[in-house]
Ligand binder design. Structure first.
Ligand code: ADP
Length: 869
């Protein structure tokens, strides 16, 4: 077999360590990819596939991108969830003996990307790691490399719970042990779009001990260790900006599982998966990018401690009242850049002078912000202010050191201010003096030659020159002038005098540019020392930003401060769905109250399709969530318990997992709620059971309600179109019927969206179909079929006496289809009970109130029933 060339051998050696990444192999001014990588990259990036001779039997597929525009291509691959290993030449090719040395200097992955358009400024870019311990505990850590924050927790449960946690974080990448089972990877990939990577080592890497010092449990340190080892291995650089890992307890926060977060559209909508239309979208009146990220984290993690919730609420209240301070704060925040990510980039060593100017400008706002916040005169904010280091020293240093409008490049000078560095000033003087000297020379030359248009210019190739137009050439008779360049209408010359000065000037300039770069690097190092203070400052600013955002929202949308009840009571007056209300035209939204208290834990909601049942249910859940994140709520008054968990099964089968039917998903979610809910939870179940046949579904629905009623006692909103279930009110003392009203006007249904006590009386399926403008003949036909079925149904009904436990079909027209189909079967089922029913009916007759003819008729009917048996 033919041998590959030494360079391809080198490529293959390096590639063997990075099998799951694209290897960008630096070759002169290009990053080249070979073999499989080339085939795949040429497709993903739509770049030309070529080939080269690499010494083997066949030509090697190859494609490449210029190194100066590589960033763009790398981003495209990362966005698609791939990883890219950057392999650089690590020695000067001119000095190389044999093949130039090359090494991977960084592995860029979806969870470790530090800049570019992949990063939405208001989104965190979380990389997570999960360690499953033998005792069934899971350690979960997540970290944002751009901001340096990391949080770790332990959770009991199963992989589904872990996935719920990862979904909540929108983690881009998750690190697992090397030998993780295939089915676990599959489970994760099916549910969330995340890149999976592996790391085996869990010991805390050297130099990072301080990050895990505060963690008491070994499991937490191991969990963190896995992530840090991965980061070090892939980033191959200082991780100096990582903040100590913060431990949090899952049960510090309201538990919202994957489905609830999706169903309630907290941070993205079900349909578009975009932010627009979500609760986050509605609430996001944060001004800084950091505030935007914190808001998202708060929404994902509503609080459980009443004291902490009230702390937030009372600051919101203060900000709401102190309009001027709030406006002032908003104005100042507009000038604050992303301190957190700037700090991250300082640590990574990729800030430029413009970033440092942004940092300075942000710091300039801090004194004002601190003063405004102090004026709020609130104990919590006063404490925050007292703990803040405004980094004035850093601000002064940047102010003295860096030009207001520095260039993008850090290597071409023009960054450092005069007077900041002595040696630099000297070089600059030399070059400036030189320039003055040149101006003087120009004057002298003009006088000597009498050419008024003579000028001295400079370009990079020829350096300084004297330029004389062709018309004036005859005036230049001195042999001092040496011709350098000919233009169409002028000649350029130099003189020995000019040449000497030129080299002095250029040398001074070159030295000053070099020195500037050094000074800049030094400055950047000094900024590093402020990273922890900057991070603390960023936290403070973010928090104030989110709180002002809550106040602004509450003010603008007319929200009220919720109160918390110790008696597990929900009492909402004129509540609204925050998002639906906002996307509707003026004041169309119909406000609805909600009352749930002891003895009234379950509301069974009936009403036609499209009447607003699920909107109502979501409204209640969102109100609870808003309250627990410390925001005011859309209502006239709201008294709420603190919910430990919210479970939902609402709306369309949006999240069909491969291989599972809608009904299975529905049942899994129901199971999740039923096994985990407590009496402090809120459960929303929408049309449970509709995914299976009618009796089946109804039976399940009833059993689920009974289970919640008898075993759990959670606050529950249960919507259904099985009208039979409304009879449960008589059996279950804690259940109350409510319905969303609709009325019929001129044969059409009008939705009033008003929730009222009691059960709904009719279903309006055909009218809804009419509203949806199904073809008129079809609607007519449906009406005929319905009338027919109803008359058959009534015949069946009229022959029977209704009881709850026979699940007697009521007037419900949707059900009547089914009843007709199953008429015979149903009759059989019921015939056995007929005798009892007749006896029961006989006993019920009030003979004293009946005329003889009535009694005769009744007797005849009863006898007929027994005969029909
Ligand atoms: P259901 O769950 O009963 O089928 P939805 O809750 O999906 O009905 O509501 C259907 C539509 O009715 C919603 O898209 C919304 O536009 C409108 N709607 C719901 N509730 C209200 C309300 N309280 N006020 C005004 N419009 C509402």
């Amino acid at each position: 077999m033919a041998k590959y060339t030494p360079m391809i051998e080198q490529y293959l050696r390096i590639k063997a360590d990075y099998t799951d990444a694209f290897l960008f192999f630096r070759l002169g001014d290009f990053y080249e990819m070979f073999f499989e990588d080339a085939l795949k990259a040429s497709q993903e990036l739509e770049i030309t596939l070529t080939s080269r001779d690499g010494g083997g039997t066949e030509r090697i597929p190859m494609c490449g991108v210029p190194h100066h525009s590589a960033q763009n291509y790398i981003q495209q691959l990362i966005e698609k969830g791939f990883k890219v290993a950057i392999c650089e030449q690590t020695e000067n090719p001119k000095q190389a003996k044999g093949v130039v040395k090359r090494e991977v200097v960084q592995l860029i992955t979806p969870g470790t990307v530090m800049d570019g358009k992949v990063l939405d400024e208001k989104d965190n870019n979380f990389i997570a790691s999960v360690t499953d311990f033998e005792d069934g505990t899971f350690g979960v850590i997540y970290s944002d490399l751009t901001t340096g924050e990391s949080k770790v927790t332990l959770l009991q449960g199963d992989w589904i719970d872990v996935i719920g946690e990862l979904y909540g974080l929108s983690a881009r990448e998750v690190i697992l042990r090397d030998d993780i089972e295939q089915h676990v990877e599959k489970l994760i990939k099916e549910r969330i779009p995340v890149t999976i990577s592996h790391e085996e080592r869990v010991n805390t890497p050297e130099g990072l001990e301080n990050l895990v010092e505060g963690l008491e449990q070994n499991k937490l340190r191991k969990t963190s260790g896995r992530l840090f080892n991965y980061l070090l291995r892939t980033q191959k650089r200082s991780l100096g900006h990582l903040q100590p890992v913060e431990y949090y307890q899952i049960n510090q926060y309201m538990k919202l599982d994957l489905h609830s977060k999706r169903n309630l559209e907290l941070v993205e909508t079900i349909r578009t998966k975009g932010k627009k239309g979500s609760l986050l979208w509605l609430l996001d009146k944060t001004i800084t990018a950091m505030g935007g990220r914190m808001l998202r984290q708060w929404i994902e993690r509503p609080l459980l401690k009443e004291q902490s919730i009230n702390e937030r609420l009372s600051i919101v209240s203060t900000l709401l009242e102190q309009f001027f301070e709030r406006e002032g704060l908003r104005e100042r925040l507009k000038e604050v850049y992303d301190l957190e990510r700037l700090a991250g980039r300082v640590a990574f060593g990729n800030v430029n002078a413009r970033d440092l100017i942004q940092l300075k400008k942000s710091l300039e706002q801090i004194p004002d912000i601190l003063e405004l916040v102090s004026k709020l005169d609130h104990s919590y904010t006063t404490k925050l202010v007292s703990e803040i280091d405004p980094c004035s020293e850093l601000r002064e240093m940047l102010d003295e050191g860096i030009h207001e409008h520095p260039p993008l490049s850090v290597k071409e000078g023009g960054i450092i201010k005069d007077g900041f560095h002595e040696a630099l000033d000297r070089y600059r003087d030399a070059s400036r003096n030189g320039k003055e000297w040149i101006a003087a020379l120009e004057k002298k030359e003009r006088e000597q030659t009498g050419i008024r248009s003579l000028k001295i210019g400079y370009n990079k190739i020829f350096g300084y020159f004297i330029e004389v137009t062709k018309a004036n050439l005859h005036l230049l008779d001195d042999d001092r002038y040496e011709r350098k360049q000919t233009l169409s209408n002028a000649e350029r010359y130099i003189t020995p005098e000019l040449k000497e000065k030129e080299s002095l000037i250029l040398e001074a300039e070159e030295k000053s540019v070099e020195l500037e770069y050094e000074i800049f690097l030094e400055l950047r190092e000094q900024v590093k020392q402020f990273i922890p203070s900057l991070q603390a400052l960023a936290k403070f600013v973010s928090e104030m930003d989110v709180l002002q955002c809550f106040a602004t929202i509450s003010d603008e949308y007319g929200y009220v401060r919720p109160e918390f009840s110790k008696e597990r009571k929900v009492e909402i007056h004129s509540g609204r769905h925050p998002v639906v209300e906002k996307v509707m035209h003026d004041n169309e939204y119909v406000a609805n109250g909600c009352l749930l208290e002891q003895g009234r834990e379950i509301l069974l909601i009936t009403g036609p399709n499209m009447s607003g049942k699920s909107t109502y249910m979501r409204q209640v859940a969102l109100t609870a969530i808003l309250a627990q994140i410390g925001c005011f709520v859309p209502a006239e008054k709201a008294v709420l318990p603190i919910f430990d968990q919210v479970f939902t099964r609402i709306g369309a089968a949006d999240d069909l997992v491969a291989g599972q039917s809608t009904f299975m998903v529905e049942m899994l979610e129901a199971k999740n709620a039923l096994t985990k809910a407590t009496q402090d939870s809120l459960i929303l179940l929408d049309e449970i059971g509709r995914g299976t046949s009618t009796y089946d579904g109804m039976a399940l629905a009833q059993a689920i309600i009974e289970y919640i009623h008898n075993e759990i006692g959670a606050k529950t909103l249960f919507s259904t179109h099985y009208h039979e279930l409304t009879e449960l009110e008589q059996m279950l003392s804690h259940l109350q019927n409510v319905h969303v009203r609709a009325v019929e006007e001129n044969g059409r249904v009008v939705f009033l969206h008003k929730v009222q006590e009691g059960a709904a009386d009719r279903s309006y399926g055909i009218h809804v179909a009419e509203l949806a403008e199904l073809p008129a003949p079809l609607i007519e036909r449906a009406k005929m079929i319905l009338a027919d079925l109803e008359s058959q149904n009534q015949q069946v009904n009229s022959e029977e006496v209704s009881t709850i436990d026979t699940m007697e079909p009521s007037e419900d027209k949707q059900l009547s289809f089914f009843v007709a189909e199953n008429k015979v079967k149903e009759k059989e089922l019921k015939s056995s009970k007929q005798e009892n029913n007749v006896v029961e009916a006989l006993l019920q007759l009030d003979l004293l109130e009946m005329t003889p003819i009535d009694a005769m008729n009744e007797l005849y009917k009863l006898q007929k029933k027994l005969k029909n048996n």
